[in-house]
Design a protein. Structure first.
Length: 160
């Protein structure tokens, strides 16, 4: 029988994401991110697509979306995001320096310029720690640099 995961691997089966705590002859049990125990019949496991975040490597690529207001200096925004990525690798216990962080200017959104910072976490279970660190630093650095983080707005015109 194919063994797509082992105990302690983080997997996703259908809508369930969690850590495998046991694999029995009839069912597999995972502890979800909300600490709920989910028992999945092995017949369901064998007929489902299984994503294993621990194989072949425990590292996890994390994509952090960042928006800046129209009128922002695109080159400066990209420089700041790369600096944050390198800083995260140097100062945080969660982020790898290799592969190096990268930044992409993805689109002209409805109310913002949209970027993606790509960094690598040391392990699949550190995604929220990495995102928290990066988002906190983006907020601080954008405030220091005078770069506005936009939010959706709507103008309403009323007639008499």
């Amino acid at each position: 029988m194919d063994k797509p995961f082992a105990v302690n691997d983080r997997i996703k089966i259908d809508t369930y994401l969690g850590d495998v705590i046991s694999i029995g002859p009839r069912s597999t049990r995972i502890k979800t991110m909300d600490y709920q125990l989910v028992t999945i019949p092995n017949s369901k496991v064998s007929s489902s697509i299984v994503v294993n975040y621990a194989m072949p490597d425990v590292r996890l690529k994390i994509k952090v979306p960042v928006s800046a207001a129209y009128g922002s200096d695109v080159k400066r925004v990209k420089e700041i995001l790369i600096e944050i990525g390198h800083e995260a690798a140097a100062r945080s216990e969660y982020v790898l320096s290799d592969p190096a962080p990268s930044v992409y200017f993805l689109e002209f959104g409805e109310s913002s310029l949209n970027f993606m910072l790509v960094i690598w976490a040391k392990a699949f279970n550190l995604a929220w720690d990495v995102q928290d660190y990066v988002n906190t630093r983006v907020n601080e650095r954008f405030a220091e640099e005078g770069i506005e983080i936009p939010f959706p707005q709507m103008d309403v015109h009323m007639r008499d």
